[in-house]
Design a protein around this ligand. Structure first.
Ligand code: ATP
Length: 130
């Protein structure tokens, strides 16, 4: 079975680097399944889990927006933040979810968009980390 390299990089560190058979992401225009020899592309990602299949293993990573770049023999995901399931602090994500929900509930909320994004990140982490 043919393979390709997958990297997930944030401004802080390289979160993930493996040889994979398939990558599934949620792009702004919909779900995208990438197999070997996919045509090159760059597209923005939603705040959502990324699924990577390699051999019999499936890795799930909470990717909090960013871009995917499909190159000839390599896929690079650039994200503001990304966490492997095992690195997610579920309690922290629960607290972040609560904070964001409280902010969104307040009518005087000014930075609604920011709270909305924080909530999406928390929900993404919870869905991957639980
Ligand atoms: P919080 O309000 O809890 O800080 P946040 O969504 O504002 O959450 P980010 O700014 O997206 O946090 O991330 C800051 C750093 O903390 C990144 O390195 C990110 O990977 C890490 N991080 C955030 N939340 C968690 C979590 N629940 N578990 C593990 N790492 C986390």
């Amino acid at each position: 079975m043919s393979t390709f390299l997958v990297e997930i990089v944030t401004p802080e560190r390289k979160v993930y680097e493996e040889t994979a058979n398939m990558v599934s992401v949620k792009g702004v225009e919909g779900e995208l399944g990438i197999l070997p020899n996919h045509i090159p592309l760059v597209t923005p990602l939603r705040i959502a889990p990324v699924t990577i299949k390699r051999g019999g293993v499936v890795d799930i990573i909470a990717v909090n927006g960013g871009f995917i770049e499909v190159r000839k023999d390599k896929v690079v995901i650039l994200a503001e933040s990304a966490e492997l399931a095992r690195d997610i602090d579920v309690r922290r994500a629960e607290a972040a979810k609560k904070r964001a929900e409280e902010r969104l509930a307040k009518r005087e909320q000014i930075d609604y968009h920011r709270a909305e994004l924080a909530l999406q990140r928390a929900l993404n982490r919870l869905s991957v980390g639980r």
